[in-house]
Design a protein around this ligand. Sequence first.
Ligand SMILES: Cc1cc2nc3c(=O)[nH]c(=O)nc-3n(C[C@H](O)[C@H](O)[C@H](O)COP(=O)(O)OP(=O)(O)OC[C@H]3O[C@@H](n4cnc5c(N)ncnc54)[C@H](O)[C@@H]3O)c2cc1C
Length: 222
Amino acid sequence: MKVTLISHTPDPLKVLYLAARTCYSPEPPSQMEIPSEEKIKKIIKNVYDRGHESVLEHVSFTFALEGVSRAMTHQLVRHRLASYSQQSQRYVRMKKEVVVPESIKKRGFFEEFSKEVERIFSLYERMIENGIPEEDARYILPNATTSNIVVTMNLRELIHVAGLRLCFRAQWEIRRAVALMKWEVKKINPFLSSFLVPRCVRLGYCPEKESCGLMPRRSLSP
Ligand SMILES: Cc1cc2nc3c(=O)[nH]c(=O)nc-3n(C[C@H](O)[C@H](O)[C@H](O)COP(=O)(O)OP(=O)(O)OC[C@H]3O[C@@H](n4cnc5c(N)ncnc54)[C@H](O)[C@@H]3O)c2cc1C
């Protein structure tokens, strides 16, 4: 899996500052002075803590995810407040490239799994060679088939996605993808990446049925 931040809002702290200050200032944003980075960060943190999250929508990030499984991208695209462009299985002839989970390798199923993949892709190829269009031949392809996808999310949605998908109980491949997205954000702005945490960190308790131990379970007191 390869995750690259291909673009983002330039000067994100300034944009967030101007958006937040516009709500509470008699001055128009074009005339506002930009304070120190320290002060800006304090204001952004305050906006986040108070749940004034629409401010966070003014900054966005575009990531390229390569060599990820269709099983993973299907989970990712369930996040509706984002834009996606994914490699088409109608127009692109798929290569025999799959993501194999560690659990399959560790429990001795790798060979069997690979044989099945081999068989499936050979049928896929034969069907296309016999005139079946890619859009139909793809029905045989496994969830493990690799894909490439470009996703654009604003910071508010990215925080939401991180909250759900960085949870230790989330599925490993989407957790890894979102962890790499966080890493990419960290490279350009460690402060903003600090908001990308499992939701238990923000809540102060674990809302899951079983806790991984990072946070205590919410007590169901009367
Ligand atoms: C651990 C886990 C297990 C899951 N298991 C399943 C499963 O078994 N089956 C399954 O189908 N899905 C499953 N999902 C997917 C899940 O139901 C959501 O579709 C997915 O996580 C997208 O998140 P979301 O709906 O919170 O937010 P997004 O689509 O990312 O939207 C962000 C937020 O915007 C708001 N919003 C967006 N659209 C609407 C709307 N139409 N109406 C009101 N508010 C809206 C909500 O506040 C939402 O939280 C699972 C997700 C997780 C994290």
